[in-house]
Design a protein around this ligand. Structure first.
Ligand SMILES: [Zn+2]
Length: 190
């Protein structure tokens, strides 16, 4: 057995990073360490409804599913593939793919949740702008093409990748959890 507990030879040729080799306190390096992406990789890129993360998420508690707020017809969730820290998705609970399949109630609530998300992001962080939109269909870039989702991407003048109020460097999963908590705490109660 090797020092890491793997059979001799198993790790040959692999570049193993030891956690002890890294700084133990937050520093200014941005590390693209993203094991959370396995959730999507394992489920395939366009999972069936019973494996759809936007259908399964609301069945779990908010912390586990990274849900920031729940409405009657739609909910707000942290994106597991953040383009930027605080990247949110607004989804209807129903598994519908296209915006014109959404009911009036769903359209209205997606709009209201989007507005509230902008206000909350501004309150929690000094957001300078937003990119908001939907990719409709795989060829248009939708990652989970089967379930409608509106992107809300906060932008900063210098596009610092992380909220200034949160440690500059963390593994993304814990960063997402902390960001979710900050946004959920700031979300207005109905
Ligand atoms: Zn779905």
């Amino acid at each position: 057995m090797s020092a890491l507990g793997f059979p001799e030879g198993e790790l040959d040729g692999l570049d193993i990073e030891r956690s002890a080799d890294f700084a133990g306190v937050p520093d200014s390096f941005q590390r693209l360490w993203t094991p959370h992406r396995m959730a999507y990789i394992q489920d395939g890129q366009d999972p069936a409804k019973d494996a759809c993360p936007f259908c399964v998420g609301p069945m779990m508690d908010d912390e586990k599913s990274l849900i920031v707020a729940r409405g009657e017809h739609a909910f707000v969730v942290m994106n597991l593939y953040p383009y930027n820290s605080g990247h949110l998705l607004v989804c209807p609970y129903r598994h519908v793919a296209m915006y014109d399949e959404a009911s009036e109630d769903e359209v209205l609530e997606i709009a209201h949740l989007t507005q509230t998300a902008m206000r909350v992001l501004r309150e929690v962080s000094n957001v300078d702008g937003f990119n908001i939109g939907m990719n409709q269909g795989r060829l248009a870039g939708a990652g989970i093409a089967g379930h409608l989702h509106q992107h809300i991407v906060p932008r900063w003048q210098f596009d610092a990748n992380f909220f200034p109020i949160i440690a500059k460097t963390k593994a993304f999963p814990s960063l997402l959890g902390e960001t979710r908590q900050a946004l959920a705490d700031a979300w207005p109660t109905a």
